[in-house]
Design a protein around this ligand. Structure first.
Ligand code: ARG
Length: 404
């Protein structure tokens, strides 16, 4: 059965049915909720009796997903039986799907916020443990100046904090309800607006997918952050760096080489950034050039969002285990920043404090480096943590931001 079988006399070709069918399992719960809201509007307007509304709500509570229908809307109306034949008054699948999808995206964004906060707290715990553990800081992947592990991990926390802002934006912008827009031009049934009010323009309400783009953008940036973190973990776990040892709970062996412990978790998280970026550009490409209002192309909006939600959750959860249980090798880290050359910039600044112009100080120290005579003054060995209050104050401040 289709919702539009009244319009045609013959059934669909199987090949066409297959093309049309939406993979809506993930949307099911949200479309049930959207239908509940719409049923209440119908009852308020007198289109449904109180008894019919109660019957509908009871049935809605008992629905369950099954595959095979053209889309989730067809499934729900079919499962609602006789009273379900009334529920589509004053709405269209166009405002219905936009409503369900917005509920979905708002929920997915809220879930991402929770997961990012959990991961950030794990990183903060590790930053606290390693607050004063020296490590080399890098530019161009060349040892540059000493920092601390705590300071480095707090940089990750800043990236995650900006991710939170993007997910909050996406959650907020998925908020308005398209119900009331109907197919594109509203309805002659005088239905009350949905809770929270309906959108200003009915054409926009059914055609807009910016909220999905906002979510996919937040996911793409998060994925690129997690990918950078993944890359650092791969480097740090290598024998060349050996700054960390991977926890066995989050590492993999080799099927061929018995000695190996591989950073597959970090690599997969890094790899997932590619598809994450593709989902954003893919939906942008689907949307560009679509005339208002609804077009069936829009059915392609959901699979990338479903996949983005899954990948964000999987990546954040697995990375939390990995980072939470990493063993930092303080000996290796200390050895890696024992090279006095890491203090060459500090030595130049020492000369600046004595009144030497910086360019001249740079030249003098560079000459010492070239001739192999550079020796960092003893007073420079205890390089303070960067930032005015040092790493401990930065930690306390970040803790306050991530406290609930
Ligand atoms: N499955 C469709 C989608 O995801 C629902 C809307 C169908 N609307 C229509 N006029 N054919 O977009």
């Amino acid at each position: 059965m289709t919702l539009w079988s009244g319009r045609v006399t013959h059934g669909l070709a199987r090949e066409v049915e297959e093309l049309l069918r939406a993979d809506d399992a993930e949307l099911f719960y949200y479309d049930v909720e959207g239908t509940r809201v719409h049923a209440r509007r119908l009852a308020q307007a007198g289109v449904l009796t109180g008894e019919e509304l109660r019957e509908l709500e009871r049935l809605l509570d008992g629905l369950s997903w099954e595959p095979g229908d053209e889309d989730v809307h067809t499934l729900i109306e079919r499962q609602l039986g006789e009273v379900g034949r009334k529920v589509h008054a004053g709405r269209s699948r166009n405002d219905q799907v936009a409503t369900a999808f917005r509920l979905y995206v708002a929920d997915a964004a809220a879930e991402a916020i929770e997961a990012v906060v959990r991961f950030a707290r794990t990183v903060l715990d590790r930053a606290e443990e390693e607050a004063d553990t020296p490590m080399p800081g890098y530019t161009h992947l060349q040892r540059a100046q000493p920092v601390t592990v705590g300071h480095h991990l707090l940089a990750w926390v800043e990236m995650l904090d900006r991710d939170l802002a993007r997910f909050r934006f996406a959650r907020e912008h998925a908020g308005p309800s398209p119900l009331g827009a109907g197919a594109l031009a509203g309805s002659t049934l005088a239905l009350p607006p949905p809770p929270g009010g309906t959108m200003r323009n009915s054409l926009d309400a059914v055609a807009d997918r910016d909220f999905a783009l906002d979510y996919l953008y937040a996911c793409a940036v998060l994925a690129s952050h997690l990918s950078r973190i993944g890359e650092e973990l791969v480097l740090w776990a290598s024998s060349e760096f050996a700054f960390v040892r991977l926890p066995e709970r989050a590492a993999t062996g080799s099927s061929a080489m018995p000695q190996k412990l591989n950073p597959d978790v970090a690599e997969l998280v890094r790899g997932k950034a590619g598809p994450a970026l593709g989902r954003l550009t893919g939906l942008l490409a689907t949307l560009k050039g679509l005339p208002l209002a609804y077009n069936r192309d829009l059915q392609e909006d959901k699979p990338p969002v479903f996949a983005a939600r899954r990948d964000a959750r999987l990546s954040l959860e697995a990375l939390s285990v990995l980072v939470g249980e990493l063993a930092f090798d303080r000996g290796r880290l200390a050895a890696a920043c024992a090279d006095p050359l890491l203090l060459a910039t500090d030595a130049a600044e020492q000369l600046v404090r004595e009144g030497v112009p910086f360019r001249e100080a740079h030249e003098r120290i560079a000459e010492q480096v070239r001739s192999g005579t550079f020796e960092a003054p003893a007073s420079l060995h205890a390089r303070p943590s960067p930032g005015p209050g040092g790493v401990h104050e930065a930690l306390a401040e970040a803790r306050r931001r991530f406290a609930r």
